[in-house]
Design a protein around this ligand. Sequence first.
Ligand code: H79
Length: 462
Amino acid sequence: ERKEVKYGPITPKNRTDANMEAFRNYGLGQFIHWGLYAIPGNEWEGVSARKGAAASEWIRTWSGPNAPKNWKETYDNLYKQFDPKSFDAKAWAKQAKDMGAKYMIFTTKHHDGFALWPTQYSDYDIMASPYKKDIVKEVVDAYTAEGIDVYLYFSVLEWNNPDYLTKAPVTAEEKAKYNKFLQYTKNQLMELLTNYPQIKGFWFDGTWDQSWVQSYDFTYNLEKELREKHPGLIIGSRFRNDEFGKRHFDSNGDILGDYEQGWERKLPQAYEWLDGNDWDAVMTIPPNGWGYMKDWSGLYTKTTDDLLDMLMQSVSLNGNFVLNFGPDGQGKMHPGEDKIAKELGAWMKVNGEAVHGARHADLPVSKLGYYTEKGNTLYLSVFNRPVNNIARIAVPKKSNRVPVSAQILGNKAQLKVVHSDIGLDLDKNTYYDVIIPKGYKSHRAFVIKMELGEPRKATDNL
Ligand code: H79
């Protein structure tokens, strides 16, 4: 039984236009969190603001053991020091390209309210800093020139804006204030679309407070206006909610916006969880630190192998994996990020065809790793190499596409493919064994690329 919803989806599930097709083909993206929080870098005077966990872009909230008495005021005044001498958007874009990223998401304004572009609607922006140049423009231009699509991160909530409210406004005075805030938000978003017409979409954040949730009429109309101004614009499910307060999905379970945006530092574990929606997952290298963190010691920072595993899991479930970087106050990436970007890039150079433009493959899950596919080509990225060197592929019996040839990406040798009805679940599946050469050595996951063809008679070996 469907509920009557007035403020439901504006765009259809799985849009089929070119922009949305491009979104689906990205596979790998880069997130960049950059702002005033890059200056303290997770520390007040050399001491972490939050023991055993990240403060980074939330340092304004976390005092910690060594914060100045008036740390919030200290934080809000950091803009006077924002003068990144090493900032080179072209170098970032080159690094992202070499890593294999096909899109990027850039923080135009985080919860602190500081705008990295010259905005007409606030004085708390880059023009008030000593830097005085449009950072968003530099980023949009540099990445666009490298052929990387740009999306703008935008936090609705602002910690230090006197017109902002967390609770829904009640009194006339509160309503007037919050309406002013809504108008300001709309002005800034329209301004971003005017200034940077090349962008492909927005990545919204900070939309969970009741003030915003109760503004469903405003946000519904705003979504329409953004789309009218910028045809093809891609907006995630975090932007708004229906009139019953249902966020991401409306009261009928229909997605609001063009892709599911709830996968923040976590991944779906099964294809069925996605209900066929487009989605992205955004991930940090340190635990929950998005902005720059000077000191990575004492924290588990994800390894290149961890991240490759997450990337392939995401792509195998039809999602994009977006890896976050937090440059320092001068505009330099953390050395740990540089290393990971290089290592991911080296892997992507060999194996990128299993990522870019690849899709979920409708096969029983493999213990060895993740399947992706492209037309008649099936990829298995092997993270758990079996001791018997047999990559056993379960294929539904009724399938008319089975592996007929195989090789390992980056390696020219043809692998032996054997039809092996080993009788595990013969009512459902039949098995094709790809023999991994014993002598093949790899220090990371490797990808078996298989061509799919007509099945031969069940008893024939291929
Ligand atoms: O920018 C990075 C983080 O700073 C930002 N999103 C990423 C991309 C972020 N801000 N807050 N959070 C992540 C987590 C917020 C959690 C909470 Fe809540 C907000 C807890 C209580 C309010 C959302 C609403 C979760 C529970 C209720």
